[in-house]
Write a protein that binds this ligand. Structure first.
Ligand code: SF4
Ligand code: SF4
Length: 427
């Protein structure tokens, strides 16, 4: 069976690659090209390599895998491209091919298999792993490991420093609940809670529900929802992403609501593209299209609905870092800025190069830590120049990365999701 036949879902056609006219207008928007000035690590160079591999002019070598792995899948090149190249679709297909045809080192294969196929799809395993991690973080073991140099010995020092603190109470407890609108009901929405966010961003999810209910939304949190599958889809593990998509489509189809909301731009981008995981001939395709059409980022939804809750003044200088999968993946630029400006007293200053990735990019900061930290360094230099006390953003992954940046580069800034800042302002 050919590789194409073994990869389910959308397969890019020759025309999708041929749209690239090699103009180079995307180069300066590509974070990896900006870092290394290498054609092979630019969108244009990567597309060229994909074509050569597809046409069997070039074998699928370790070098090809390396250039594709180093791509952040941030999709800044899509925004920059005047020719309409849908780069995300191309790189995700290249990764699906790599997954099938390339033998990674055994330990990497083992870890990937466990994370994408066993851990992320299973809330019970996420809870257990989080409890072990919480013990490590709070028992003194973390301090010991950091002080004794054990982490450096195993080459894990940088990765460990990016670990999120585990919550006391997990948001998993709230799956299945319904939160009534305060005042007159203006909308009925379903909330997508994420996977790891259930154990690391309970506070953000609670704040999202408070902001929505305060603005007249009844919020349902469907019980049987699972991880959105974004990490698996971006890594090329398409079968795992499809399984999760099928489960989520079922979990959200039982009740009628106006929208499916997420506060995670990375999840939202994949949820809005669930149809890419199925081919039009498959029975799930129509349901995936119906699901996709209901998904909104929480900032996008609130800006369109209009804020009805009264907001107290917050006399703060604030800047905003675009989340790649909100700006480039979902083309949502104004909504989060509009919400921040709606808070009385807020002085919103633009962050130079806010459209360039902070280096978080799903698991990129763990798999490509050096490049991720270089991007973060540049980001924090720009953040310093704004003299803003708060950096707002719209994705949990970006929040963690930027918090690590504040600590490493001692900028003293606070990192908040836009809805967390709104929550503070709601009287
Ligand atoms: S801007 Fe578009 S057409 Fe031009 S090189 Fe980049 S991907 Fe190709
Ligand atoms: S997705 Fe981002 S890192 Fe990858 S080629 Fe495009 S701009 Fe560069």
């Amino acid at each position: 069976m050919s590789t194409t036949a073994r990869i389910p879902g959308v397969i890019p056609a020759y025309e999708d690659y041929a749209r690239c006219v090699h103009c180079g207008l995307c180069l300066n928007d590509c974070p990896t090209y900006r870092l290394w000035q290498l054609e092979a690590d630019s969108p244009r160079g990567r597309i060229r390599q994909m074509i050569q591999v597809n046409e069997d002019k070039f074998p699928l070598t370790a070098s090809f895998v390396d250039h594709i792995d180093k791509c952040l899948d941030c999709r800044a090149c899509e925004t920059a491209c005047p020719s309409g190249v849908k780069y995300g679709k191309l790189v995700e297909y290249a990764r699906a091919r790599i997954e099938l045809e390339y033998q990674r080192p055994w330990l990497t294969r083992l870890v990937r298999k466990y994370v994408f196929e066993r851990l992320l799809p299973c809330p019970g395993r996420i809870s257990k792993a989080a409890k072990v991690l919480r013990f490590y973080q709070r028992s003194g073991l973390q301090t010991l490991a950091r002080r004794t140099g054990a982490l450096k010995l195993f080459g894990l020092f940088e990765q460990e420093s990016l670990l999120p603190p585990i919550d006391d109470v997990f948001f998993f407890n709230k799956l299945g609940e319904t939160f009534p609108a305060r005042g007159q009901r203006r909308a009925r929405v379903a909330f997508f809670a994420g996977c790891v966010a259930n154990v690391t961003f309970t506070g953000l999810n609670d704040a999202t529900i408070r902001v929505l209910t305060a603005n007249g939304c009844e919020v349902l949190v469907p019980r049987d929802q699972l991880c959105c599958g974004a990490l698996a889809a971006h890594a090329g593990v398409r079968e795992a992403a499809r399984e999760l998509a099928s489960q989520n489509i079922k979990a959200f189809e039982s009740a009628a609501f106006d929208a499916i909301l997420t506060n995670a731009a990375g999840c939202g981008s994949t949820l809005k593209e669930y149809d890419h995981l199925f081919s039009p001939s498959e029975p799930e395709y129509a349901a995936a299209v119906a699901f996709r059409d209901k998904v909104r980022d929480v900032t996008e939804f609130l800006a369109a609905l209009g804020l009805s809750a009264s907001l107290k003044p917050m006399l703060q200088r604030v800047t905003y870092q675009d989340s790649c999968h909100l700006l480039h993946g979902q083309k949502v630029k104004d909504a989060p800025r509009q919400l921040l400006r709606a808070i009385p007293g807020v002085e919103l200053v633009e962050l130079p190069h806010s459209d360039i990735c902070c280096g978080s990019a799903g698991i990129y900061n763990v798999t490509q830590t050096k490049a991720s930290l270089e991007l973060l360094k540049e980001k924090m230099e720009h953040a310093k120049t704004t003299e803003a006390k708060i950096i707002a953003t719209a994705n949990p992954g970006c929040i963690l990365q930027l918090r690590a940046g504040v600590e490493r580069h001692t900028t003293g800034q606070e990192i908040l999701h836009v809805v967390e800042f709104l929550d503070r302002a709601i009287s």
